[in-house]
Write a protein that binds this ligand. Structure first.
Ligand code: MF3
Ligand code: CO
Length: 255
């Protein structure tokens, strides 16, 4: 069952997502050579506190594992779920994926972006651009009456036609009172398949794109996902409300 949010629930989702987007935007501004990922994570924790929210990742459990950080910070070949570390100092030419999931007033806002540290090489810059554009392309088809597979196939075609690959082991998801609700939203699939989209659904669409092959593995810390071939990876994510018309990007800051 895919939850349909009421007017009141949508108002709360807007607030949670505005907080998530504000925290992500503040973290983006801090990214620079010489900054370590532990300090970024602690800053994220503090921004959430200031905005009346808390991390939905901190103490998140899967099986026997407990996620120890407040944000997911994934550098270069790290795809998702990286853990901030004092020793991980950002260098010119790195890329870092910042994934911010907050809980505010009982609702979750989820968004992510990959940021260049200083100057990155041309192919890595193109990876970031294509991944961000693939998210926009996926969102553009997230409309009432379409199906999840329409989002999935749009993202996949956008990415693969430009020479990159989509990660298959991790997928987007419905989001609301909990971080992961139905439906799953893979970044690969066939158009016209999967659950039908209805107004009032709130979905986290999140392409994870590798410069090389699509294979990934998990490091011995139990969390950090890396590319098997060591090539860089990028991740962009928005929480989106399905409406009777244009999709509303809840994690887009409006100025
Ligand atoms: N955006 C990620 C997701 O949708 C956040 C997970 S953070 C975790 O799964 F640490 F809790 F795993
Ligand atoms: Co997510």
């Amino acid at each position: 069952m895919i939850p349909i949010k009421s007017k009141e629930e949508i108002a709360s989702m807007r607030e949670a997502c505005r907080v998530a987007a504000t925290v992500l935007s503040r973290l983006r501004e801090m990214v620079a050579p010489g900054v370590n990922t532990y300090d970024l994570d602690q800053a994220g924790r503090e921004f959430m506190r200031e905005l009346g929210a808390k991390s939905a990742c901190h103490n998140y459990r899967t099986g026997r594992l407990v996620f120890p950080a407040h944000t997911c910070l994934s550098v270069n070949d790290e795809v998702v779920h990286g853990i901030g570390k004092l020793q991980r100092v950002l260098e010119d030419g790195d890329v870092i994926s910042l994934d911010v999931v907050v809980e505010h007033d009982g609702f979750i806002g989820d968004n992510a972006a990959t940021v260049a540290v200083g100057e990155v090489n041309g192919e890595t810059a193109r990876l970031l651009k294509v991944t961000e554009e693939s998210l926009a392309a996926g969102i553009a088809v997230a409309r009432e009456g379409k199906r999840v597979g329409d989002i999935s196939s749009t993202v996949q075609r956008y990415v693969e036609s430009r020479g990159f690959s989509v990660v298959r082991q991790f997928v987007g998801h419905g989001v609301g009172r909990s971080m992961h609700e139905e439906p799953q939203i893979p970044n690969f699939g066939r158009k016209g398949t999967g659950p039908k989209l209805r107004a009032g659904m709130t979905l986290a669409i999140e392409p994870m794109v590798n410069q090389g092959g699509s294979s990934v593995r998990v490091l011995p810390d139990g969390w950090t996902v890396v590319t098997e071939d060591g090539t860089p990876s990028a991740h962009f994510e928005h929480t989106v409300l399905i409406t009777s018309g244009e999709p509303e990007i809840l994690t887009q800051l409006k100025f």
